[in-house]
Design a protein around this ligand. Structure first.
Ligand code: LLP
Length: 430
């Protein structure tokens, strides 16, 4: 692909050309950057320690191409719905390498997962164990289960993405009258293979201390399970949540910053208490894919409000990135066709959706914007496409994978026809 000076390149591709070829809005993922994150996990975790696993939390970005890529990179997978699981199976992901999370899995979802031979079930509630036992008995199958606990850890992140506090819809409370009878039930049930304990305390975390505190809670449970039931926990799942860089205010820590202290604490605890050291699983989503993705938009109308601000509107918005509207998330943007640091001016980038909260970035410093410019938003690879909606009947954008100058469409742009294909006019209105 040809390169033009002052154009933003992404994994060797000219983004302005990509916008021309595939249209905007457009999600563009650097395959090399996804591989880099996977390889860091390989080097600093999977190959460094024995008995560890990484399950990519596919909710961050779950499409066939991505699942193929992470499988090729040697990772396992975490899914949270029948739809995510279906996509994984369609991508030929090995079922044994799939873990099924979620706080309200339906009977149909559990049945499908058992039929496929999903590797782990993360039980999230008191009822779910009874439910899965019942289904297993009917199907004459067994399930490998972990219990997701609520470790009562408060994390430093947006409150909408913190999940480890006591008052949470996720997980089983750390109440021994609740938790231990459940564990006993799982150990005793012939159709259940009790594997261990799972937690996920929250997302976009910059500090390693909260994972450590939660791991300590889980390790103490391992010890108590050994003491009470003489049962060796086989596996601990420490969840995901490793933070990425959205703006200059964020620090992207290497995986080792989180994982070395976690492994050290785990190994030390098990040695001190003469416990079998369980397999350690982590479930990163965002940190594998967020920074590899950018979104391209075309700037349309520009409105100057003298003494107040300038608004530049893009041809998408909260339908392709709901994070600013939902979590006040901050982003960095650039003009893809004007790569310069000179003569920057503040401009507020607004979406085209009929909502006042549809503002992508307030007062971004950019070269003077003009209608037709291509805006690039960085770090949109996680929870962008996967949270996209058809509000205002806006079509879901296309997705492109790029690598070393080569580009390929991995999701086609949704058509208007596809948007209405499931709609039916009732007979009396025809
Ligand atoms: N494991 C479990 C059980 C989870 O609930 C999550 C995320 C992950 C792993 C992956 O977490 P990560 O490594 O991506 O932080 N839509 C929000 C994020 C919600 C995350 C929900 N659970 C956002 O855009 O910030």
């Amino acid at each position: 692909m040809s390169e033009v000076k002052n154009h933003l390149l992404w994994d060797g591709c000219d983004t302005v050309e990509l916008a021309k070829t595939y249209g905007t809005p457009l999600y563009v993922f650097s395959e090399s950057m996804i591989e880099q994150a996977c390889r860091e996990l390989q080097r600093d975790f999977i190959q460094k320690y024995e008995r560890v696993r990484v399950a990519y939390a596919s909710k961050a970005f779950n499409v066939l191409a991505m699942l193929k890529l992470v499988e090729k990179e040697g990772l396992c997978l975490d899914v949270v719905s029948g739809g995510e699981l279906y996509t994984a199976i369609a991508a030929d992901f090995e079922p044994e390498k799939i873990e099924f999370n979620g706080n309200n899995k339906s009977v149909a979802e559990l049945e499908e997962a058992l039929d496929y031979g999903v590797g782990r079930f993360i039980i999230d509630s008191m009822q779910e164990l009874d439910l899965i036992q019942h289904i297993c008995r009917e199907k004459k199958q067994t399930a490998k289960v972990l219990f997701r606990i609520t470790p009562e850890i408060t994390v430093q992140t947006h409150r909408y993405i913190s999940t480890g506090q006591k008052d949470s819809k996720f997980g089983i409370p750390l109440d021994e009258k609740v938790l231990f009878p459940l564990i006993k039930q799982a150990i005793d049930a012939p159709e259940i293979d009790f594997y261990g304990i799972h937690f996920h305390i929250g997302s976009q975390l910059a500090d390693n201390q909260t994972h450590l505190a939660a791991a300590n809670v889980a390790l103490n449970l391992v010890k108590q399970i050994k003491e009470r039931f003489d049962y060796e926990v086989k596996e601990l799942n420490y969840g995901g949540g490793f933070g990425v860089r959205y703006t200059k205010a964020d620090v992207r820590q290497p995986y080792a910053y989180f994982l070395d202290p976690l492994m050290e604490a785990t190994i030390t605890f098990c040695e001190e208490h003469q416990l079998y050291r369980p397999t350690i699983v982590i479930e990163p989503g965002r940190s594998i894919v967020a920074e590899a993705g950018i979104t391209l938009h075309t700037i349309g109308s520009i409105k100057q409000l003298p003494g107040i601000r300038t608004y530049a509107s893009i041809d998408g918005g909260m339908t392709d990135n709901i994070r600013p509207g939902l979590y006040q998330a901050q982003y960095e943007v650039a003009i893809a066709n004007k790569q310069t640091d000179q003569d920057l001016e503040p401009v507020t980038i607004s979406g085209k959706i009929c909502e006042s909260t549809d503002i992508l970035v307030k007062d971004a410093l950019l070269p003077k914007v003009a209608t037709g410019d291509i805006l690039a938003t960085y770090t949109t690879g996680a929870y962008g496409y996967s949270m996209a909606s058809n509000y205002n009947k806006i079509a879901i954008p296309a997705v492109i994978f790029v690598k070393e100058g080569r580009a390929e469409e991995v999701v086609k742009r949704q058509s208007y026809q596809q948007m209405i294909q499931n709609e039916v006019i009732p007979t009396h209105l025809r």
